[in-house]
Write a protein that binds this ligand. Structure first.
Ligand SMILES: Cc1ncc(COP(=O)(O)O)c(C=O)c1O
Length: 404
């Protein structure tokens, strides 16, 4: 069968491949430590599950919702957004709207579809979430990558972003807290970013905030539009229940943005998936979002604890120069390039895939190669697994890093 050139350009998901290999090794009786996951290994809070049960009783839960989602839920999510971000409610008049989609990956895909013409450039800040470049390319856009490194805890420099902006730049995606670095950008970074946005009045900011509730180190994440509310008119805020509610499989993401964009996204959605999942929308509409804070306390304590284990393991193994303080989301990026094991590799090349393969085959540990996130010779580990296996996995990792 002759497939489209567009689909031929889409690479296989390396994470899926790794998972397959890990499953195969498990079947062969090997102990595998899976540090590649991007989700919490727990169920959503019972109060939310209860709302889902309740909504099973209604016909509407099984029928199409309006294509951009139920109005009541959209209004609730806009209100939640301005309340938690401490924004003046009067800004959010009829010029503003919200669209609910089947996960925030779907939201982002629709955002880019509504914005991009072929050849438009989108700035991505590396490390970036693995799906951004492919989504941009799918819609004919060109990803322009701004690098960062472990010395700056993977926070990109504002001057480097400025250098990447061209007359073809349409948008920039800011993902704070960041997947995969596990840090959120500081308030002073956000202030400088707001100033930068003001230098380019046509630049659109896509703010991917799916991890904004999962920050375990003060100060908490803040955003550029809180510094300058006028920037909201060209800000697209993306969020989801996946990470915050431990509900990746329920597929509910949303966007709060100027109405013009939401109408365009709604057209794409109406002609593709019709509408988001009615049952989950209705459960969320009924759910008290303020309960989330208490649900996330033990989650954040657990991740903070594993982050402390990681710091100790690196310190004991004299790998302190490869360590930085992660503050949020589920992850940490290991930089291989200044560890003893790297002597075996060609430093001119990106060896992430080879190293990740070795970690799986020799140590029984799955991590995600940095090549997927635009940072060569590195890998992402997740800090969410239980303490004992996490300790064991880290002991093996630092031994491997120190083996030349
Ligand atoms: C930064 C970031 N944005 C968006 C998503 C998409 O999440 P979902 O489609 O489950 O809402 C993810 C998932 O891992 C992510 O890490």
């Amino acid at each position: 069968m002759l497939l489209s050139s567009r689909v031929k350009g889409i690479p296989d998901s390396i994470t899926m491949k790794l998972n397959e290999k890990a499953l195969q090794l498990t079947d062969e009786g090997k102990v595998i430590y899976n540090l590649s996951g991007g989700q919490l290994p727990i169920k959503p809070m019972p109060e939310f599950v209860e709302k889902i049960h309740h909504q099973l009783n209604f016909l509407k839960s099984y029928q199409y919702s309006p294509s951009s989602g139920f109005t009541g839920l959209r209004k609730k999510l806009i209100r939640h957004f301005y309340e938690v971000r401490n924004l003046p409610p009067e800004i959010f008049d009829e010029e503003w709207d919200c669209i609910v989609s089947n996960g925030s990956k779907h939201s982002l895909y629709n955002v880019l579809g509504a914005l991009l013409d072929p050849g438009d450039e989108v700035i991505l800040l590396a490390p970036y979430w693995v799906s951004y470049p492919e989504m941009v390319k799918f819609w004919g856009g060109i990803p322009i990558v701004v690098k960062s490194n472990v010395f700056d805890a993977f926070v990109p420099a504002i001057d480097d972003i400025r250098k990447a902006i061209s007359p073809r730049t349409k948008a920039i995606i800011v993902n704070s807290p960041n997947n995969p670095s596990g840090v959120h950008y500081s308030e002073s970074w956000m202030k400088d970013f707001a100033l930068l946005m003001n230098e380019y009045p046509d630049l659109i900011a896509i703010s991917d905030e799916v991890y904004s509730d999962i920050s375990y180190f003060d100060p908490k994440p803040t955003y550029f539009y809180q510094q300058d509310h006028s920037l909201l008119s060209r800000t697209i805020m993306v969020h989801a229940i996946s990470k915050t509610l431990a509900a990746t499989g329920l597929r509910l993401g949303y966007v709060v943005a100027p109405t013009e964009l939401i109408v365009a996204m709604s057209r794409i959605q109406g002609q593709t998936t019709s509408a988001p999942n009615s049952l989950i929308q209705r459960a969320l509409m009924d759910f008290d979002l303020s309960l989330l804070e208490s649900f996330l306390v033990p989650v954040k304590n657990h991740i903070r604890h594993n982050a402390a284990i990681l710091r100790e393991k690196f310190r004991e193994a004299n790998l302190g120069h490869c360590w930085y303080q992660s503050t949020s989301a589920f992850y940490f990026m290991i930089d291989f390039s200044r560890t003893p094991m790297f002597a075996r590799f060609n430093e001119e090349e990106d060896n992430s895939d080879k190293i990740v393969d070795e970690l799986l085959n020799n140590e029984g540990i799955t991590v995600v190669p940095g090549s997927d996130f635009g940072i060569p010779n590195s890998a992402r580990i997740a800090l969410v697994i239980e303490e004992i296996p996490f300790q064991e996995a880290l002991t093996k990792i630092v031994k491997y890093l120190n083996r030349s």
